[in-house]
Design a protein around this ligand. Structure first.
Ligand code: GLU
Length: 554
């Protein structure tokens, strides 16, 4: 009996060979230096912040080298699958303009190297596994869960490295006759790889992020084919990355420890392994300790959270670039008018340690970015956000686009624009008072005038302010000069410093006067620049609001 008999018994219908597959998936015709990268998610849930990071890196590397970026759904672990999540992942990537050149697209697939869904590639894996069986590099394993538990207990007792290898690999020692007899008798089995490695020996590997590393050889006879007829990740990714001609596998650093398995598999197949880049995991500080972002505990683990909160996708990407490359920030400040699409990413400038997720930094990036948007762009982007996440905001935006644009244009589109907003969701709440109905509601809750000043004084100042309105005729400076003289007339100093030095002469300073006007117009002590608030509200509305305020001050 030969290994061919065993292979034919296990896969009687597999007639294709590895050579046939090589012909089916010929080398890609790409320019020199073009990289083929991929995002290979398992459909186990939502788009994790770390997954957006890895896919961004893979996408960028392909694009900047005129290569190909594709997506592959790794759904061989059917127990962990969450229905519909494969599509959702791609939809969310598309929000970030990360659109694959080929791959699975949720409902469809595109490209010459497919199928791009692993569960549809079972026949391809079987061809390669049959080849390994024929070459004696793989064998059926009949061990039950109980057998494996017993093995572990013995290994623990004897203080030897746990696992299925060498003398502990019971089924590796079976003769071909025994294997064939068991299969014929219907004993359930999986297929294992026959490792030739020794844990004590080191191999040199070159990781694009980490440089040269010395790792222990693999010696484990890992399962490559499960009893459900599908391969494991280790084996499936190998076959796929080979036939899809991936040049760089960029993936989370949690896979680094299994790299020796993958490299041994590649060399057993006589295939050239792709380059590997193991990317740092995004971490969080928890009580002073660094830990991975957790799906269950941390909002920041899900990209959907940031989108729902209203962070612009551009800010999220820019933030991820600061994690990806240590020189990104410097490059960005030297080239403020370029976008990250113009930035040249390099693996060697990536930090090797888990990057800490820094919300304050993301907020800062977001603030700077939103301040640079034109009013038209900010309106459009806010509307896009509202259409998905906030129906009320959408109504407000559509009802009076011009008014909304005037509001958001306050101190925008100039050299040093005001940095008011971190996210789309806070624009309306910060500006509610501009809207008449909202103002009425806020007015009912009372006006928070400073109780240090007599009501009569506030009344007189507001009254005079209203009767001398000139903001629509003059520039901001002249208007403010008028406000100062109004303040002076009522014994308020021109500025805080003069007031502090002359408390016997003055009751307050011009800031207090501005606050009175602000409160009357907005019901709040904080607002955008008062001069522009007046302009956006317009004379009639200003008079109406101050008159209302005067009534309560009487
Ligand atoms: N399916 C694997 C994961 O989701 C992919 C790892 C890889 O990119 O090879 O972690």
């Amino acid at each position: 009996m030969t290994t061919k008999d065993l292979a034919d018994l296990i896969f009687p219908h597999v007639t294709m060979t590895v050579d046939d597959l090589e012909k089916r998936y010929p080398k890609r015709d790409l320019p020199i230096g073009a990289e083929v990268t991929r995002f290979a998610p398992s459909p186990t849930g939502f788009l994790h912040t770390g997954s957006l990071f890895t896919s961004l890196v893979a996408y960028k590397v392909a694009k900047q080298s005129n290569g190909v970026f594709y997506t592959r759904l790794e759904d061989t672990d059917t127990k962990r699958e969450v229905e519909g999540s494969g599509k959702e992942l791609l939809d969310q990537l598309a929000v970030f303009n990360i659109v694959p050149d080929e791959g699975y697209y949720g409902d469809s697939q595109k490209g010459n190297y497919g199928p791009y869904i692993q569960s549809e590639r079972a026949d391809i894996y079987r061809v390669v596994i049959k080849d390994l069986l024929i070459k004696g590099k793989a064998y059926p394993c009949f061990c039950t869960k109980e057998d494996l538990d017993a093995l572990r207990t013995t290994q623990e007792k004897n203080h030897v490295t746990p696992g299925y290898y060498r003398q502990y690999a019971k089924c590796r020692l079976l003769t071909l006759e025994e294997q064939i007899a068991k299969i014929k008798a219907g004993v359930p089995y999986v297929i294992r790889f026959r490792s030739e490695g020794y844990h004590e020996r080191k191999i040199e590997v070159n990781d694009l992020v980490r440089g040269k590393l010395f790792l222990s050889e693999n010696d484990q006879d890992i399962v490559i084919y499960k009893s459900d007829g599908l391969p494991t990740y280790h084996f499936a990714h190998l076959v796929d990355d080979h036939f899809m001609h991936t040049t760089i596998v960029s993936r989370g650093e949690e896979w680094l420890s299994s790299l020796p398995i993958h490299l041994e598999l590649f060399s057993t197949m006589n295939w050239q392994a792709p380059k590997y880049a193991h990317l740092p995991v995004i971490m969080k500080l928890d009580n002073g300790n660094k830990r991975k972002l957790s799906k269950r505990k941390d909002n920041e683990a899900a990209i959907a959270y940031f989108l729902k909160e209203g962070y612009p996708q551009e800010a999220i990407l820019e933030y991820l670039y600061t994690i990806a490359n240590s020189n990104y920030e410097e490059w960005h400040s030297e080239n403020p008018n370029l976008s990250f699409d113009d930035f040249s990413f390099t693996f060697s400038k990536m930090s090797q340690d888990g990057a800490l997720f820094d919300l304050a930094k993301l907020e800062n990036i977001s603030k700077e970015l939103l301040a640079r948007y034109s009013k038209e762009k900010l309106y459009d982007e806010t509307l896009k956000y509202a259409q998905i996440y906030d129906k009320h905001l959408e109504e407000v935006l559509l009802k009076d686009p011009t008014f909304f644009k005037e509001i958001i244009n306050i101190e925008r589109e100039k050299e040093n624009p005001r940095k008011d907003y971190i996210k789309f969701s806070e624009i309306l709440p910060k500006n509610l008072f501009f809207y008449k109905e909202e103002y009425e509601e806020m007015f009912k809750k009372g006006l928070p005038f400073n109780s240090n000043f007599d009501k009569k004084i506030i009344y007189d100042i507001l009254n005079e302010f209203m009767n001398n309105l000139n903001f629509d005729e003059v520039d901001e400076q002249t208007w403010f000069a008028c406000l100062k003289s109004l303040a002076n007339k009522h014994h308020f100093a021109e500025n805080n410093k003069t007031f502090k030095a002359n408390k016997d002469i003055y009751i307050g300073h011009v800031g207090d006067v501005a606050e009175m006007v602000r409160i009357a117009l907005t019901t709040s002590k904080q607002s955008p620049n008062l001069y522009y608030v007046l302009k956006v509200l317009g004379k009639n509305e200003v008079i109406r609001r101050i008159t209302k305020a005067l009534e309560v001050l009487k």
